[in-house]
Design a protein around this ligand. Sequence first.
Ligand code: C2O
Length: 568
Amino acid sequence: MEIPRRRFCFCVLTLFVIVFLSPTTVEAMIRHYKFNVVMTNTTKLCSSKPIVTVNGKFPGPTIVAREGDTILIKVVNHVNYNVSIHWHGIRQLRTGWADGPAYITQCPIQPGQNYLHNFTLTGQRGTLWWHAHILWLRATVHGAIVILPKLGVPYPFPKPYKEKTIVLGEWWKSDVEELVNEASKIGTAPMASDAHTINGHSGSIPNCPSQSSYGLPVRAGKTYMLRIINAALNEELFFKIAGHVLTVVEVDAVYTKPYKTDTVYIAPGQTTNVLLTANANAGSNYMVAATTFTDAHIPYDNVTATATLHYIGHTSTVSASKKTVLASLPPQNATWVATKFTRSLRSLNSHEYPARVPTTVDHSLFFTVGLGANPCPSCSNGVRLVAGINNVTFTMPKTALLQAHFFNISGVFTDDFPAKPANPYDYTAPVKLGVNAATMKGTKLYRLPYNATVQVVLQNTAMIVPDNHPFHLHGFNFFEVGRGLGNFNPEKDPKMFNLVDPVERNTVGVPAGGWTAIRFIADNPGVWFMHCHLELHTTWGLKMAFVVDNGHGPDQSLLPPPADLPKC
Ligand code: C2O
């Protein structure tokens, strides 16, 4: 049968329109990755202990994709630990099964087993990262996720000449899991790490002077984008490059108004993209440094990681002979530097990238976050250090919460997480003798209907010791609408909230002796973990989860689990 010519032309034209002009058909790709979790021998930091890595790399492989792409990552567990991997900051719309936190959205991948994570990058572009989400394995099991804008969509700033990923980490010479086990037996904290790392290198450090450093080559006059990730377990960091100003343009994969600074403050879990113009004297080298920020009086790692920025191209001198300009680092308790940085961040809030801040609140929650101590006869001092939200120390379940929710398995969790503390007190006052620091235990969740608007005021407490808590929420971005020192005042403080261009992110610092208010829309059905991203505090119970019910619309339900979902 012959096709009439007119209809033929029409068909060809339609095909052309579909294939070449429709953005989703043309751009969206399926990207395959294979993550082999293996033991890897290393001589880094004068230590010969094998470490757990993905594909033998530290930091692990970078995932590079575009907004709209679908990612298929097969994780194969070749080690003797249970493993699970979380794609930190990926929204996982309706695909909570791929989120990764062990016993929250899935049972861990047991030795010899594997699991295919399948998710789509919807409405996000920027720097995120992935890490192990069980035990303390993320010390060495982590890497970058780079989500480029859709093809043909520019950055809202001049295109950088080149982009580099800077992964900041924390290193223990000894076996981390052994240290954690020993500490938990006696109810205390394991010792602080031995060094920090910049892309896997510490630079020369005491007791280990031959350590290699990371080199950052630049060409004079060019502008680079650094995608900085704090993958450390327990340390907030200052990051600095001598002789150069950095312009922040994005945090946690959301564009910000450009903010110029000489010091970046970054908490575990956070990512920060900065522009760096190589406009210093090309005849020198420049120190790149990452050092701890802490305002708590607890042991911390005070070894600064160093790397070197050097100029290539225009000079003939070899870099070794050049003098190195040192970075003047803020003191490690420079709260004012961290505060200034945090308070300066604003959403870009442009026509293309609007800040959709919820202006009404359906669920107003007040969460105290801090430490506690429970009686423990076999522990040193007779107490076990714990942590909790509204005095609840979260107990990890034996069945994954998302399965319990989806299949209606009773007895795994309760949905009675307290919306506010049962017994209000002066949260930030120095702890008086005789105050009861004990917490209750439970696997308690807070239930939210689909699309509810939520405000959480995270109130830091002075219990035991006040400390900054970088809080991370899975499954959502939130807006940081306010922060302050002392106790949150529900009458006065909301009047000062920024509902226009607050920073939007997935991990926010709750300042020691103060509070942070966040808002989000519960538009993602499933079970979503919220916890302090200091691994020590997560271990001690500074965590809870939201269960978000399905909506009634066509795309408002959690999808069914994949067939290979790991079993407990
Ligand atoms: Cu980056 Cu639940 O963590």
